[in-house]
Design a protein around this ligand. Structure first.
Ligand code: HEM
Length: 259
């Protein structure tokens, strides 16, 4: 007699620990990305219509709380994701789902998703959060009758660009999260190294372009690309899908198909 199916081979690939980690990963992920979409699609346009006093109150009471859930949901998503990566990489009897191997189809797929997701995590903790602390610190000084911090406008812009980049990346990121186990294995079982290398060069170039722009390294925070794709959240969504289509159709339907 066993303790229960969920406890059999608990720590092995395909065992109970993996499904629990996957569940908590997706639960944390919806909390994170749900708040990201709230900030981008609801809060930003609404704050633009509020009076400065009401906006400062809302930053203090609402945004501050939302940011706590946002950054810890991001961390939790990441940690459960890492656990899953570890489970797959340490126990791959068939070799079919070696997530540590970027030349296997499942490896190429999950590592593409992880590239975008880890960039998003870094944007949350290293760009959005530090800059929002400056913005909210400044807002609180004003609520207490003091002066605004002169860094506030620049910090608000830096945080906003990274937040839009995360919204943009999220579309492609989630595709590869779900594609990995549910569709990628249909493409090929053994990678063609030349095409796989071209695939990775393309993905890394497209990734670097968007992230470098969002951080202001390509012509500043108001570069032509940033203004065109990130100023209006509807365009961020539309071009986010175009970006996914380029990576998926060129990357998978041309480069990695039947290699
Ligand atoms: C932060 C870094 C992240 C890492 C390291 C990571 C890692 C992983 C790994 C290893 C898997 C297993 C793939 C599979 O077996 O299907 C996975 C699946 C998944 N991840 Fe992530 N992930 C991250 C972020 C995210 C985010 C932000 C979301 C947003 C909701 C997300 C949603 C999902 C979903 C829905 C699945 C598929 C579950 C399934 O198909 O059964 N992940 N992730």
């Amino acid at each position: 007699m066993t303790l229960g199916v969920i406890f059999d081979n608990f720590f092995k690939s395909g065992g109970g620990f993996q499904i629990v980690a996957r569940w908590l990963h997706v639960l944390s992920g919806i909390a994170w990305i749900g708040l990201l979409y709230f900030f981008n699609f609801v809060q930003t346009p609404a704050y633009a219509e509020l009076s400065p006093g009401a906006r400062n109150e809302a930053f203090d009471k609402l945004t501050w709380r939302a940011l706590w859930w946002f950054r810890w949901a991001a961390m939790s998503t990441f940690l459960f994701g890492l656990l899953m990566l570890g489970i797959y990489s340490s126990d791959t009897p068939s070799g079919a789902s070696n997530y540590a191997d970027p030349t296997s189809v499942t490896g190429a797929s999950i590592l593409t998703g992880v590239l975008f997701a880890v960039t998003m995590l870094a944007n949350v903790w290293m760009v959005i959060w530090p800059n929002q602390q400056i913005v909210i610190g400044s807002v609180r000084q004003q609520l207490a009758g003091g002066e605004a911090d002169p860094r506030q406008p620049d910090s608000a812009k830096r945080g906003a660009r990274a937040s839009r980049a995360n919204t943009f990346f999220s579309i492609t990121m989630l595709w590869f999260m779900v594609f990995t186990t549910h569709f990628a294995p249909l493409y090929a079982t053994a990678g063609d190294l030349k095409n796989t290398a071209i695939y990775w060069i393309m993905v890394l170039a497209l990734w670097a372009w968007v992230e470098a722009n969002a951080l202001g390294y390509v012509g500043g925070l108001d570069s032509a690309w940033n203004k065109f794709v990130f100023d209006d959240h509807k365009k961020t969504i539309i071009y986010g899908f175009v970006y996914w289509a380029v990576i998926f159709f060129i990357g998978w339907e041309i480069l990695l198909k039947n290699v």
